[in-house]
Design a protein around this ligand. Sequence first.
Ligand SMILES: Nc1nc2c(ncn2[C@@H]2O[C@H](COP(=O)(O)OP(=O)(O)OP(=O)(O)O)[C@@H](O)[C@H]2O)c(=O)[nH]1
Ligand SMILES: [Mg+2]
Length: 448
Amino acid sequence: MSDNVPTIAAVATAPGRGGVGVIRISGKNLLPMAQALCGKTPKPRVATYADFTDADGQAIDSGLLLFFAAPASFTGEDVIELQGHGGPVVMDMLLNRCLELGARLAEPGEFTKRAFLNDKLDLAQAEGVADLIDASSRSAARLALRSLKGDFSRRIHGLVEDLITLRMLVEATLDFPEEDIDFLEAADARGKLDGLRRAVDDVLANAQQGAILREGLNVVLVGAPNVGKSSLLNALAGDEVAIVTDIAGTTRDAVRERILIDGVPVHIVDTAGLRETDDVVERIGIERSRKAVSEADVALVLVDPREGVNDKTRAILDALPSDLKRIEIHSKSDLHAHAAGGFGTGAETVIALSAKTGDGLDALKRTLLREAGWQGESEGLFLARTRHVNALKAAQEELSLAALCGNHQIELFAEHLRLAQVACGEITGEFTADDLLGVIFSRFCIGK
Ligand SMILES: Nc1nc2c(ncn2[C@@H]2O[C@H](COP(=O)(O)OP(=O)(O)OP(=O)(O)O)[C@@H](O)[C@H]2O)c(=O)[nH]1
Ligand SMILES: [Mg+2]
C-alpha cells in the first residue's frame, strides 16, 4: 500500500453496554498516538495498563492498551487496541479522542481490507472473517473458521499450482514447436488434466455443500384457507410465531421464520391464502406471499385429505411457477386415516403429518434436507459463497473444454488452462499474469 494511508479507528465491540469495550486503530507510526493517549510508550505485544486521557490530560477512562508493531499485526500496519469500559458514552469519548489525534472513522470491513491489501489474508480468508461473524449455526461457524485459517485457500492454491505446472509444459511446447506433441505425451499432459478435473470436481462438491450451510433453503407454505399452514410453521419453529384460529383467512400477511435443521438454515414463509379479495390489507399480504413464492426453492403444498384438492387449492397450484419443487403435505393426520397416494399437486413426495401431535415432522425435515442437497457435515467442507461456487464451475467448464481439444489445438488447450487458472485465482484474489511468468521462469529452463 502507498505511504499516505490514513490512520483509521473504530469501536470493535458491539454497540450497547458490556463489561469491556474495544477500540481498534490501524495506521503507520502509531507510537506517538499511543503516547498521547496514555502518556507512555507501549512495548509491542505487552498489555499496558493506563489512563486514557483527553487533550487536557484529563482521564476519559482507564484500561489496557495493546500495541502491535507493523508488520506483525492483523492489518499488517501498526495497530493499537484500547480496552476500556464497555459503555456507549465512554467508547464515544475515546473514539472522538482518536479522531482528534488524526485518525478517521474506519469504513465497514476496512481493517480486513487492509489485511488483504497487505497480504495478511487472501480474499477467501477475508470472506471467512465475515462469515464467522455472521455464522447462523455451529456448523457454519466451524466451517467459516476453516476458511479463515486458510484451509479453503490451500485447496485452491493446490489447484492453481497443478494448473501452473501443466501450463508450463504446454506453453513451453508453444515456444518450441519442434518438441510439440511428443513432448506433451511424454509429460502425460492428458493424465495431468484428468487429475486436475477430478480435483476441481471434488473441491466444487465440498464448496456446494458449504454453500448450502451458508445460504440455506427457502421454503414457502401454501394451501387452502384453514388447511393448517400456520400450525405447521409453528410446529417447525417450536414457537407460536403465527396466529392460528379455525377462521378461514386468519393469516393475512406473509410470516417469516428461520429454523435450523441439522445446522442448515431453512427460511420458511407462511402465506396468506393466494386468493382474489377486496380487502386492502389482505391484498398487500397476498402480494407479499406471491413474492415469497417467487423466491422459494421448495413449496410445501398442504392438502387436507378429507377435502382433497378443492378449487381453492387448484387455483393456488396454478399460480405456482411450474418449475418450483413441490412437496405435498397431508395435514391434520391425527383426524383421519392416511390417504393412499397424492392428489395430483405435481409433487413427487407426499408426507402425512400432524402439526398437533408432531407426527411426520421428522420425515418432513429429512425431506427438506434432501431437497437442499445436504449430505451432512464432513471433513473438507468449506463455507463457500456463491462467488466461489461460480468460479469453480467456470474452472470446471474451462477444463472440460481443454479436454475436448485435439492434439493440433495446443494454443486453444493452453488458453482454456489459462482461463481455468484465472477463475481459481478469482477466489483467493491473488492471481496475476506476472505471477505466472515469475513461476515459469523460476522453475523452467527456457533455454533448453
Ligand atoms: N387436529 C388438528 N388440527 C389442526 C392441525 N393443524 C391445524 N389444525 C387446526 O386447523 C385450523 C386452521 O389452522 P391454521 O394453522 O390457522 O390454518 P391456515 O392454513 O394457516 O389457515 P389460514 O391462515 O386461514 O389460511 C385451526 O383450528 C387449527 O387448530 C392438526 O395437525 N391437527
Ligand atoms: Mg394461517
